[in-house]
Design a protein around this ligand. Structure first.
Ligand code: FEO
Length: 396
């Protein structure tokens, strides 16, 4: 399969309709994904990135059906992660001497993963590679999202090959942003940023500003996952600038797990209190044991404040809450408020532990965790509603 992107550029990647979890079990792909590889055919021919290992043979066979492999002059590896480099060993079996253009860090990651001494050509920001009438310019983008990450720009066609940046895990038969469901595209793009790029937001801003300073005319953005941005490509760049600026909506999210329903009753009463104090704010409740963790993270990303609740168990917190707190800490959210709550039967450490974890994760934690002994009675429910009202004011 080959899909024409522009006069000289075609897509030769893999649409993965089946994948349900990406990064091992780390990322839920409700709408599948794609591994985008691009072929540039000018006086010289260059291949930009490959696909994930399970599709290596399929990828090479498909590539063979569109071009004689020996005609490939250059391989550009924008990033060494296996979803883009997995088919490289299979491809290099056929064309072992073709130079691979990548960053110095990509040489380390590719050697570390495949233990092959291929013909690496290290490039730095500003280096160029002429393909004839067009020319590739390389720009290193370390920590977006690996130290080895790079993007490149093709003059003449005015295409930015952005690798992971500006992608989404979204399988579609026609891979153009104006040809897919806009609601799915919007939600998958947001989820992708929230779950993968949040910790690197400072670099996102810096690199987009540096790219802007190059004054490149960008007609199309070709990421390595999901749709190609050909209709108003700068829309996703502008969204990234907004998301990178400690993004939040007028939303408060309540995360909880509950053993015998008491903490759920507290969560629901707190939600009522929040709405009493602020009828306009969006309030969402998510049971951490029952909801997809990446969807939870996306809701945290959108929120100006979160409340986290757990029953106390064995002087600690429930495991699903502990797991999501580990995720939240790693993503290093900024400028968000938080509070903790939960039920207990005797020792009652849970909410205090949660308050500490939230503070360690960088949240501004409202003073005074809320605990409720056994199942909340009418009086305790009233206290929960007051707690919700207080948090709504705290989060304004
Ligand atoms: Fe899509 Fe960082 O790999």
């Amino acid at each position: 399969m080959k899909m024409q992107v522009s006069t000289k550029v075609s897509w030769v990647g893999k649409i993965d309709w089946e994948i349900k979890k990406f990064h091992g079990e780390e990322y839920s792909t409700h709408h599948g994904s794609t591994y985008n590889s691009y072929l540039i055919e000018d006086e010289k021919t260059a291949l930009v990135d490959t696909v994930w290992l399970p599709y290596a043979k399929e990828f090479v066979a498909n590539l063979r059906s569109v071009i004689t492999l020996e005609r490939i002059d250059y391989i550009i590896m924008n990033h060494g992660e296996q979803d883009h480099s997995g088919a490289l060993p299979e491809l290099m079996r056929h064309i072992p001497d073709v130079p691979i253009y990548c960053t110095a860090n990509a040489v380390k990651s590719l050697r570390g993963q495949y233990h092959q001494d291929w013909n690496f050509q290290i490039v730095k920001t500003g280096d160029r590679l002429s393909l004839g009438k067009t020319e590739l310019t390389f720009v290193e983008v370390p920590m977006l999202h690996w130290p080895d990450s790079m993007i490149c720009y093709l003059s003449g066609e005015e295409i930015l090959f952005s690798n992971d940046a500006f992608g989404q895990h979204y399988a579609a038969q026609s891979l153009f942003n104006d040809a897919v469901d806009p609601a799915v595209l919007a939600s998958e793009g947001l989820k992708y940023y929230a779950n993968i790029l949040t910790p690197f937001s400072r670099f996102v801003t810096q690199k987009i500003e540096a790219l802007g300073a190059l004054n490149l005319s960008i007609r199309t953005i070709c990421p390595s996952h999901g749709v190609i941005w050909r209709d108003d490509p700068m829309q996703i760049v502008n969204k990234y600038l907004r998301w990178a600026a400690d993004y939040q909506e007028n939303q408060i999210t309540i995360l909880y797990d509950t053993m015998w329903e008491g903490t759920r009753l507290m969560a629901e009463a707190i939600a009522v209190g929040i709405k009493e104090a602020d009828p306009v704010v969006t309030v969402k409740l998510l049971n951490t044991a029952r909801r997809d963790k990446n969807d939870i993270i996306t809701e945290v990303f959108r929120s100006k404040g979160i409340l986290v609740g757990s029953s106390t168990i064995n002087k600690g917190i429930l495991s699903s809450v502990a797991a999501i707190m580990e995720e939240i800490k790693g993503l290093a959210f900024k400028q968000k408020k938080a509070a903790a709550f939960g039920t207990y039967g005797w020792s009652g450490e849970g909410p205090k532990i949660l308050g500490r974890l939230l503070a360690e994760a960088g949240f501004a934690v409202m003073e005074g965790e809320l605990r409720s002994l056994w199942n909340p009675d009418e009086q305790a429910i009233t206290v929960c509603r007051e707690f919700g009202r207080r948090f709504a004011e705290y989060s304004r």
